[in-house]
Every structure is written in C-alpha cells, then in structure tokens.
Design a protein around this ligand. Structure first.
Ligand code: DPP
Ligand code: ZN
Length: 852
C-alpha cells in the first residue's frame, strides 16, 4: 500500500486535454475553481483524482450536473468518481474547493511567504491545491485566472488579460501539474529582453521584493547567457513571449523550473559583493541556467513517472555543468564537481540510503531528490558522451528532442535514441541506471622490456559492493581514460578511452621506449573508486607533470589523503605531500584556482569515507587532529612562500565575480587559512576589517573561528546585517561549522535559542542544523551531543515541514561506519525519531531505511 513500484506503471485511463482554473486568492480561504476536459481511454473505469486531506470540496459537476453522491467517494488522499457516473464520451468535470494557504507550513502546494502567495508543486504539491490527476504523464494546456488585490499576479505561459484585481494567463504547451505555478505579491522587477535566433522577442523579468532590485542584476545576466548558450550548444530556443523568475524567502528547494515562471529560493537570485560570496555567484549562475535548461529537458520532454526523475535531472545537471565549464574554467569545474560527487554521492552509495539513479521503488518521492539521481545521473551521461563521442552525442540529443518533444519519456527512451543514433548496444550500459553502489576499480601494471621496445599491460578488475536490496552486481561498462607520461615528464601517449566491459580485463601498450608513468581515469572518466599501487614519489611526479588537470589534481589529492589517513591511524607521514605542495604553490604559471584546489586539504568527511572504504573504522577526533597537524606543518614549512603568495594574490580594484578574480581570492583565502595557524589571526582580523566583499570577510571569519577567535567579527557582522536574511543564514551556519568539535553542539544549541533563529524558514534551519553536520568531528562527538541536538530539531521540524526534516535526516546516513560507542548513540537518536507519534511518511521512510 505505501510503496510505489516501477513495475506497476499503468497509463492514466483518461485523457486530459485542457485545464482551466480560477483562483480567488485569500490568505485563509482561497477558492479554486477547476474545469477539466476529460475523455475516457477505455470504458468502465473509475476516475481517481489526487487531493490532499485539507482540500475541502465545495461542489462537483459533470457536464454541468451534480452526480449522485453515492458515486463520489472521498478518501484521505483521493477523490473517486465511479464509472457509473461518467459519460462514455468526452466530458467537463468542474470542481470548486477551498484551501488555507496561511496554514501551509510545509511549503508544498499554495502557501504564503512574507505576504506573497506562491506555489511549489514538484513532485506532488498540486494535489494540495485541487483535485487532479497529479502525475507527470497527464499533460494539459492551462488557462489560469487570478483574482487578488495584490499588484503582481503571475502564472505560467503568456499573459492574456490584465485588469484591476485580475490577471489571466494561458500556457499553450501541455504540461503536467508539477510544472504549474502562481505568484501573487507586492513585487518589483528587474527587466530585460532576449531575442531568440528565430526572432522571437522574449520579455525577461526577475521579480523581487521592493528594495532588493539592486541585488538581482547578476541573475538577469546569467539568464541571458543561459538562453544564448542553449541555442548555440544544443540548438534549443525559448518558446513563450515572457520568462519570469521570482525570488522567495521560504522555499524547500533551490529553485523550480515551472513553465515560464521559475520560482527561486532568494539565496539563488540575490547577490551583491557585500552580501554574497564568489561561490554564491557561481551557484546563482549555474542554477539560473539549470532551471532555464529544464524548459527543454524536463518541460518540453518530461518524465513518464517519478522513477524516471534522473531523465530530466541528470541531463539538466550535465547541461548546467557544461555551461559553467564554458563560462568559467573547465578544469576547475570538473574538479569541483568530482569533489561534490565524492562528498555527497559516494557517501550516499556507501550507506543504508544507497539507491540507483533510477530507483524501482519508493514510498515518498521527495526523498529521492538525491545526489545519486542528480549528480550521478549527470556522470552517467558524461560516460555516455565519452563512449559515443561528441558527434554521436549531438546526433543522439537531436534525435531525442525530435522524437520525444511533447512526451513523458523514460530512461529506455533515452537510451534508445543513443542506440539508434550511434548503432551501439547499450544493454550493459543500462546497469548504471538500475544498479546502486560505486564500483571499485583496481589497476595493476606489468612492464616487460623487449628489443623492439617495452610492453606495458594494464590489468583492471571491477567489483561493486552490495547495497540495500542488491546483494550481487554484474560488471558495468567503464570508460577508463588513460594517458602515458615519459620519465622526463613528456606525454608519450595522449588520452585514450579504454572500454572495460568484463569483471577483469587487460589492455596492452607496446613499442614503448622506456617505462612510462600511467595517468589513469583522466577527467574522472567514470564515477568509480580507483585503487592502484603507487608510491608517493610517483604521485608527486604526476602532480608536477600530468597534462590532464583532473589527474594532476588527483595525484596531489591522493598524496594528501595518504598522509592524512596514515596520520589519523597514528602513523608518521606527510613529507612528500608537504614538499610537493611547496613546489606547486611556488609555480607562478599554474592557475591560482588550481593551486587553491590543491592547497585545500581533503575534508574530514572525505578522509572518513576513504578509511571506511578500506575497511577501517574512522575516528573523527583523530582525523580532525591529523588534518590540523598537516595544515600546521604546511604553514610552518612554507611560511615565507605563503606570506609572499598572500600578498601577491590581493585583488585590486572593484569587486568582480568573474572566474579570474574569484580564482585569486580562492588561493589567497586558502593561504590565509594556513597562515592563521601561525600568525594568531593577525592577517584575518585585518582582512575582515578592510574587505568590502563577503567572500573575503567569510574566509577571514571562518579562519578566526577555527582558531577559537572571531567573536568581535561575528558581532560586527550581526550588527551590520541583522535585517539581511541571507547574510544572517551564513552567520548561523559558520559558527557550528567552524567551532572546535568538542563545543560544536553546544554552540548550535545556544544559537537555536536565539529569537532570530527563525527555524520554520528552511534556509535558516538548514544553516544551523546543516552547519553542525558539516562539522564532522562535532556532529560525531563521542558523547552523542551532536546526534541528540540534531534529533531534537528533526522532531520539532517534522510536523511543520516534513520534506525539510526528512532531507536533513541524511546527516545520519553514515552512522554505521563508526565505532560501537558512536553507533549506539546514533541508533538511539534514530530510534527516538522513529518512535515519535505522527511522524511524517517522509521522515519515517528515511529513518526506517537507515535503521534497517
Ligand atoms: N527544482 C528542482 C530542480 O530543478 C526540481 N526539479 O532540480
Ligand atoms: Zn533540476
């Protein structure tokens, strides 16, 4: 009853062609009148509509007449009209319902944020607005009338009528209910326009609250760049006369791609140098692009059912990654994406919540908006592109848009266009979509000297550990990009992609003059964990000479991890890494952003993941200490070099959020974090005082907090920005995150008692609760204080906003990998949550999967 299974998919027995709605928007009692043009696909079927229990049915008619009440059945989540009451031909079903947006704290459906009406319907929010076939394969045109005294009234599609207190919108593109949106509020727009390459002039607006206009310009620039890029790179044009973006403060997600009316969490729209960091700017650009790109990959072609979520999300993430690579540095973007994948998706894959990019079962779909569906979904597409080549990819995508425009499609449809466009059989490749877990790839080298030149054999084996419900795994297709580097550092063989299909497989390179060093998994050509026997000297060689930027960074990463994992188990280490990093930071020819990425040590969570994948129980306190010690060692060894670099990387002139200035700031801030360990915080205090931009101020503040200082700076920031929610979110997040681990839970607890901890706001809640779980040794404190604090707040949030509570419960997803003492405390916290009366379906599913 509670689980949904992919295998149970059936088409909806009615065809819905047009939806007309009229909203009388009142905060406590909004009336929604809906007319659905329906036609039965087959005779004798009951009409089942979704509708949340708070939706109050006032009247219902079929072709203007009320049916016999005996034929209308209201259950908690559905409204059923018996076949006996339905005509055998097309008919009009009209409903009139009442809902209470002011009581909607879950922010699903129609709700109010700061006096503004807005909606969130993905995945299943529309059923909280009216009775409807709320599933993605039921698509209709929408005609929407909004009645309200509020000055700005928006919905999907094109405006077709405006008068005092009323606006009408028509969306000619058939869409599923999850893409419906409306907004009504006192808003102002930053406006511009874009002319598509076939000459359609599109009015563009970014709507914000009065006073926020001067922080919306970057979002608008990003939108225009995205529209142009999608035409240039994918040949995709926009298809309406207007494109509206609205910023809202209370939002469960980052943003939402509703047709023609994207709704954004305000933190992904509003930016000024004083309030937003370089990272914020980069994310705004990427998410504006992501939601815009959904217009084709998601809206024009949507998903047949929610099991196919990665069809639109994996592809759209892949597209926004390509966009950012083109706008900024491709090398840096790739490294950042791999870091994010490892820290979120590999972590998910290792624990009790592991699932395939296309799951075949769920209880609550909102729990599947995960790193696996999104980021691994994107990696799978990257592999497909590598296997079929750029031309093959372009042909396949053209065919996809051509063949499936207007469809609700599946992963099978997606793979079929690649097969048809390239002639390749993708049956084995499909396992990437259906199997969970991160494959472990092992590489062994064999070198044979010979007269005609030596022969190098690379022998690979693959194995994927068991995951919930999938004890055994068959081998996958793994594209392994490899290059060979000669002893003098020259590239002997450029990158080639080895295609592994078996459980073990060898590849041979012959006629080689001297034994080369192998640069493997270039560009992170597959989302696997690669293990190979490599000494630290060879890693340092690759860090100095590899021509592939990812592989070069990876060599440094491996050096650092080898030092850190050894040290956290009480073994001496670090020399090779400290020497190599010294050479790299002194190399003025290397991109500052790349040097910054190399200088930022692997996080504690990443070290724990590495240890645990090698079968070692991670000790959070020892990991923290080892990382601190290595940072100090680098700072002491290279003090002069770092001081000079800190001065040299200062950025002159007004703040610009572009990649090259951001790169210099990122290197300088990485250096600052190290130097603060030696100078007692002198530089950081100065920087905080003089910096005009949030990037440097946050870096300085974080460095100080990590050293147990920074109280004056915190107070200054609060005084200056008490009224700026987004800055105050940072203020709440940084304190538990950068606190010494033993105090982190206490820091979070006292912050949670402040009046301005407006916890029902998702951003504020995520800031504080997520800030603590980002402090690895703090969240996993041996006394259980981190677990207890987090469980207390999940329990408090759950009845108010189940989506947020369930999402944040993933802080516990790695609990099984720690020692018995921590496991017992984490399990007790999870059991306390599980035992709560009235726990939401969302959180219940998460907690029971984690305890199972
Ligand atoms: N709004 C979310 C995203 O764009 C869900 N579609 O990924
Ligand atoms: Zn998306």
């Amino acid at each position: 009853q509670t689980a949904h299974n992919l295998a149970d998919y059936r088409p909806y027995p009615f065809v819905l062609t047009a939806t007309r709605m009229t909203f009388d928007l009142q905060p406590k009692a909004t009336r929604v009148r809906t007319a659905l043009s329906l036609a039965p696909r087959e005779a004798g079927m009951d009409l089942v509509l979704d509708g949340g229990k708070e939706v109050e049915l006032l009247s219902l008619t079929i072709d203007g007449k009320a049916p016999d009440p005996a034929h209308v059945l209201r259950r908690d989540e559905t409204l059923t009209i018996a076949a006996a009451a339905l005509p055998p031909h097309p008919f009009l079903l009209e409903t009139d319902v009442r809902i209470d947006p002011s009581a909607n704290t879950a922010f699903e459906g129609l709700y109010i944020s700061n006096g503004m009406f807005c909606t969130q319907c993905e995945a299943e929010g529309f059923r909280h607005i009216t009775f409807y076939p709320d599933r993605p394969d039921v698509m209709a045109t929408f005609h929407v009338t909004l009645d309200s005294d509020l000055p700005v009234l928006l919905s999907n599609g094109n405006p077709v009528g405006q008068s005092q207190g009323r606006a009408e919108w028509h969306d000619p593109w058939p869409k599923p209910a999850y893409l419906f949106a409306l907004v009504a509020g006192d808003l102002v727009a930053v406006s511009d326009s874009f002319t598509t390459r076939s000459g359609r002039r599109v009015a563009l607006n970014v709507w914000v609250r009065p006073g926020d206009q001067d922080r919306a310009g970057f979002a608008m620039e990003s939108l225009i760049k995205s529209m142009k890029w999608d035409e240039d790179v994918y040949g995709r044009e926009y298809d309406l006369d207007v494109f509206n973006i609205v910023a809202v403060d209370d939002f469960n997600m980052g943003a939402m791609e509703n047709k023609g009316l994207n709704i954004f969490n305000s933190k992904l729209v509003l930016a000024s140098p004083e309030t937003a960091t370089d990272t914020d700017y980069e994310r705004i650009e990427a998410v504006i692009a992501h939601e815009y790109f959904h217009n084709w990959t998601g809206n024009r072609i949507t998903c047949r059912d929610w099991f196919q979520l990665c069809l639109k999300e994996g592809l759209t993430v892949f597209r926004d990654q390509q966009f950012t690579s083109d706008m900024r540095s491709a090398a840096v973007k790739r490294i950042e994406d791999v870091q994010a994948l490892r820290s979120r998706q590999f972590r998910e894959d290792q624990g009790p919540l592991a699932h395939p990019p296309r799951p075949d079962q769920y209880e609550e779909i909102n729990n599947f908006y995960t790193a696996t569906v999104y980021e691994k979904g994107a990696e799978v597409i990257g592999m497909l592109k590598r296997l079929v080549g750029d031309d093959g990819y372009r042909r396949a995508l053209d065919l996809y848009f051509d063949r499936h425009d207007g469809d609700a499609a599946t992963i099978e449809d997606w793979l079929k266009v690649f097969e048809d466009a390239t002639g390749r059989d993708l049956a084995q490749f499909k396992r990437w979509y259906t199997d969970a877990g991160t494959p472990r790839l092992t590489m062994a080298e064999d070198w044979q000297e010979a007269e005609a030149g030596g022969t190098l054999t690379l022998a690979f084996t693959q194995e994927t550990p068991p995951t919930p419900g999938q004890p055994e795994k068959l081998p996958r297709v793994i594209p392994i990009a490899v290059g060979l580097i000669g002893p003098n550092g020259d590239e002997l063989a450029p990158t080639q992609v080895l295609e592994m299909t078996g459980a073990s497989q060898s590849f041979t390179f012959d006629r080689l003059g001297a034994r080369p060093v192998v640069s493997a998994l270039r560009g992170f050509s597959a989302p696997v964990m690669l293990s190979r026997q490599l000494d630290d000297a060879t890693r340092a060689f690759l860090l100095a000479h590899d021509t592939d930027p990812f592989a070069r960074w990876e060599a440094g990463r491996e050096l650092a991890l080898s030092a850190l994992t050894a040290a956290s188990q009480g073994k001496a280490a670090g020399g090779d890494y400290v020497d190599a990093i010294g050479r790299l930071i002194a190399d003025g020819t290397a991109d500052p952003a790349f040097r910054a990425l190399c200088l930022n040590l692997p996080g504690e969570e990443e070290i724990a993941t590495r240890l645990s994948s090698g079968g070692i129980t991670p000790d959070p306190d020892a990991i923290h200490a080892a990382r601190e010690a290595l940072a100090r060692q680098i700072a002491e060894t290279h003090l002069d070099l770092l001081s000079d670099l800190y001065d040299a990387m200062a950025v002159d002139g007004p703040y610009r959020p572009d990649a090259s200035d951001a790169a210099r700031r990122s290197l300088r801030n990485a250096v600052l974090a190290l130097l603060t360990r030696i100078d007692g915080g002198e530089r950081a205090e100065i920087l905080f005082g003089i910096a005009g931009n949030m990037t440097e101020r946050m870096a300085a503040l974080t460095a100080l907090l990590r050293r147990g200082r920074g109280q004056a700076e915190l107070a200054a920031l609060r005084d200056q920005f008490a009224d700026n929610r987004l800055v105050m979110d940072k203020w709440f997040a940084v304190q538990p995150m950068a606190a010494p681990p033993a105090q982190a839970a206490q820091v979070a607890r006292s912050l949670s008692q402040r009046k301005d901890f407006d916890w029902k706001n998702p951003n504020r809640f995520r800031a504080l609760i997520g800030g603590l779980s980002a402090n690895h040794a703090g969240f996993h404190a041996a006394d259980g204080s981190g677990y207890d604090f987090t469980a207390d707040w999940l329990l408090r949030m759950d009845p108010v906003n189940p989506q947020i509570a369930a999402r944040m419960s993933t802080a516990f997803e790695t609990w099984t990998r720690y020692d018995a003492g921590r496991r017992a405390k984490a399990l007790a916290a999870l059991e306390r949550i599980a035992a709560a009366e009235g726990l939401s379906k969302n959180t219940r599913e998460m907690v029971s999967r984690m305890i199972a």
